[in-house]
Design a protein. Sequence first.
Length: 371
Amino acid sequence: MDAAGAVFDLADRFYEAAEDPSAMPEALTRLALSAGGHHAVTAERRLIDGTWGAAAGNVDPALSRRMLGSLGGDAVRVWLSRFPRSGWERMCQMVPVDTPLSRALYDSEFYCDFVRPLGGHHAALTALDVGENRSFLSVFRPQRLGDYDPEAMGLLEAVRPHVARAFRLRRQLSAAEAGAGAALGMLERLRAGVVLFDRRLKFLFANQAAMRLSASTDALILDSAGFRLSGAALSRQLQALMTAAAADTAPPEKAQRLRVPRHGSPFPLLLQVERLETPGMRTAGASVGVFIDDPGAALALDATVLVDAFGLTPREAALTTALAKGAAPKQAAYDLCMSEATAKTHLKRVLDKAGAHRTAELVGLVAALAR
């Protein structure tokens, strides 16, 4: 492979490592071997909090873990404090001679504890960039191989800007991933169910509230195949709303809502479909969100309010509260340890006292009180 091909291959490996950090050790190993070295180490220090990130190529795993775990220690701080403030615009070759750069490396505890045991003697070292973070790249070769020749230094110098760009890209991706993670974490704290899809309407994510709703009703289905409604007509309506939200045209002016009736509850689930345009959601790959509200679960009912409002007995108020929260009459009777016949009698009296003609109307009156 010629020099240009070698640079292209190495650059491609570092850009791959920017997307997949697990590929960094292999990229560093290729860089070291291509330059006639033995191993390479990269380290990055966040100036804002002093934390470190690092990777090593062609290094014994046990020693590598020990070395990378020491980066925040005093030995490394002393080592870095000796480095000159300028002169990092290129790859610098260092050998054990009396120069500031050489003394900074070879007279350090870090070199004696970690670099020398690896057989590192001649080093090519650079700071990839100086900004929010400071990044270092070191390529080492054994003493028996002598100094780096001009061709090897030329290769390292040609690859250097690509490595720096890969580091910047990795930081940007990490920040974006953190933003996406924070956005999804926020969705987990919502009481409403949330289901996310990409722009092709492929299922991406559902929060815990959505999963609980799916488990408690047969009106919506959330499984490994994705998210859908149980009724064919409702599923077609939902698909149409999601398609409109994902389209490249301007988003619909009116809210895209869908009422989903469910068996055994007077409250339908309320679905709202939205186009997602916040950076955190976009970074997570989410373009369309379906937000699911359970009006029954949102009610904060106090049975004593019903007693005062409608003149109900405590048992009638307890039954009314259970029905308003979405329980079916049979389940409400079971939960309250009363027979179905007794529950029907109580319900008839409650309807009369509240001036309602059917259960759904009663639930509406109770919901108004709860809010």
